[in-house]
Unconditional design. Structure first.
Length: 553
């Protein structure tokens, strides 16, 4: 299919179709008698563009900030030391940034319902789309109950009531937000993300004040970089090997902390004026990574020693390096404030998980990789069957209440991290095909709404680093002589990789090798005119707050 800037909408002939077959076009909107648009949606299967630019901007921010920074960074500090923690987050930050640049070029051009799950079919083929879609759906479906469980655990900071009570309360809140529609979800996420931004910015400022002598300990400076040292000895393994393993363990935790930034691609299908707002959200992702994670982890290394026993023992909330530093500085009352912020962060994450998992199932249905019933929407654009199924899976959170069930639930949760990294790998593969297809079909990159500098290196870097992290993610199972080898933990850590391969190979056998598109078969035309016709210039802000917001978001 050749490209011309003045080309009219052309039908996309999937493998197995001939030129004379009846296919949907934007002009007729028909496939036989079934009105279907260029993205495979029928009239009763369309999402609504209800997310405002500020909603999309804060969703992209909220996807970056999570409990991984507030809590998970404590374990990373203990394993890697302050410099190991900081370098680990910088390295994975470059991977996250590279992945978002790859995703940004594709999703800005085609902000389609289903996001990168639908683009996987368009750029690679149906078997790849099926594997990516079900892997992604599983990832967010299982993370949802995990976040609800985390929020309930955080409530034990103040009360010893049964966690099931808090799981129920938070579940009702999350379901209400999502069932009220996309606009309500966007508004709720805007305020949740605002709380997270205010919290982390406040903690960074407070950390600098503590380091400069605002606490009972006096001026800290780089005290903890000198003693116990810039790197930690992982599992007390001596020498440079122990320090390297500590640094590598930080890469694992940092990877899992960054997972979720890509949900902006799913939200793009319900955003207003997405070809303008999506590039704006993508362009500034480096600022969020730099401020929230790179600066945040640097400050953590200044105010909390890596050998503090509270980092690995005691209540889950008190393992936060920020809480440990605040208590050591003699500042009272703030731990409760931080705990409240952590709870809002967990609830916000659970709400985003339900939104993402339901839209992933919707995208699978639109692509023909799941029963079509999951593509049905209300008049307001809510995919109610997809949301309902995702809500049912959220009840797995109650498994965390009993010890035996909590072990099984832990196995499910272990698998989500690897599933998230494999999604990043798939996005990079899609971008390689995207660039190669454009070059083969002589499509100038200047026609894209968003182009990233040095984009040729981003996809290979993502594939290289995610492969390294995934392959060696279970290294600790072989090193701790004091802990018996756990086959269940080992296999649940690695099973997402063969799970993805089984899905892909099974779909490839079912659809046939011809279902994998050649680069000259990639469709860069269908639906583009519809997207361009709905594109408009955003009004420039006139108020002071509007101008400030334009810089931030």
């Amino acid at each position: 299919m050749s490209y011309s800037p003045d080309a009219k909408e052309k039908p996309f002939f999937s493998p197995g179709q001939e030129k004379g077959d009846v296919v949907p076009t934007l002009e007729t909107g028909e496939y036989g008698r079934d009105p279907t648009n260029a993205f495979g949606q029928q009239e009763h299967e369309k999402l609504k563009h209800a997310l405002l630019p500020r909603h999309l901007a804060m969703i992209s921010i909220g996807g970056v900030i999570g409990t991984g920074l507030f809590l998970g960074s404590g374990g990373s500090l203990h394993n890697g030391g302050p410099l190991g923690l900081w370098l680990g987050y910088i390295l994975i930050g470059t991977v996250c940034y590279s992945m978002m640049m790859c995703l940004g070029e594709m999703i800005s051009q085609y902000p389609v319902p289903g996001g990168h799950l639908k683009l996987a079919e368009r750029l690679v083929g149906k078997p790849f789309s099926l594997a990516v879609g079900w892997n992604y759906w599983y990832n967010w479906t299982i993370i949802l109950p995990a976040e609800l469980s985390a929020a309930a655990v955080l409530m034990t900071f103040w009360t010893d009531k049964n966690p099931a009570i808090w799981i129920s309360i938070f579940l009702v809140l999350v379901v209400a937000i999502n069932c009220a529609g996309t606009r309500v979800y966007g508004e709720a996420e805007f305020w949740f993300a605002s709380i997270k931004v205010i919290t982390i910015v406040g903690l960074i400022i407070l950390s600098i004040c503590i380091d400069l002598g605002a606490g009972d300990q006096g001026r800290l400076g780089f005290r903890y970089w000198k003693n116990p040292g810039p790197f930690a000895q992982y599992l007390e393994i001596a020498g440079s090997w122990g320090r390297f393993l500590g640094f590598f363990s930080v890469l694992l935790q940092a990877s899992f902390s960054f997972i979720g930034t890509e949900i902006v691609a799913i939200a793009a299908g319900e955003a207003r004026n997405p070809r303008k707002t999506v590039p704006s959200a993508i362009k500034k992702v480096w600022v969020r990574i730099l401020i929230f994670y790179i600066l945040g982890t640097f400050c953590i290394g200044l105010i909390c020693p890596s050998n503090d026993p509270a980092l690995t023992s005691g209540q889950k909330t008190t393992r936060s390096p920020f809480v440990i530093a605040i208590k050591a500085a003699g500042i009272k009352g703030l731990p409760s404030v931080i705990n409240a912020a952590l709870i809002t962060s967990a609830v916000s994450a659970a709400s985003s998980d339900l939104f993402t998992s339901s839209r992933a199932l919707y995208g699978l249905a639109i692509a023909g990789n799941a029963p079509r019933i999951f593509a049905r929407t209300t008049k307001s654009g809510l995919p109610y069957y997809a949301v309902g199924v995702s809500i049912l899976f959220s009840s797995l959170a109650y498994m965390s209440v009993s010890n035996g069930a909590a072990t099984v639930f832990g196995w499910f949760a272990n698998m989500t991290s690897m599933a998230g990294l494999s999604t990043w790998t798939c996005i990079a593969i899609m971008h390689l095909r995207f660039r190669k297809g454009m070059a083969r079909q002589n499509i100038p990159r200047s026609t894209l709404p968003f182009t990233a500098r040095f984009s040729v290196i981003y996809a290979p870097w993502v594939i290289f680093m995610t492969t390294i992290v995934m392959f060696f993610s279970g290294f600790a199972y072989f090193l701790d002589a004091n802990k018996p080898f756990s086959q269940s933990d080992f296999w649940t850590n690695y099973v997402p990789i063969p799970f993805f391969l089984v899905l892909f190979i099974g779909a490839l056998i079912y659809y046939g090798r011809g279902s994998i598109l050649r680069v000259d078969q990639i469709d860069f035309v269908t639906g583009l005119k519809e997207l361009e016709d709905n594109e408009y210039e955003e009004e420039k802000p006139t108020t002071l707050w509007g101008k400030i917001w334009a810089v931030i978001a």
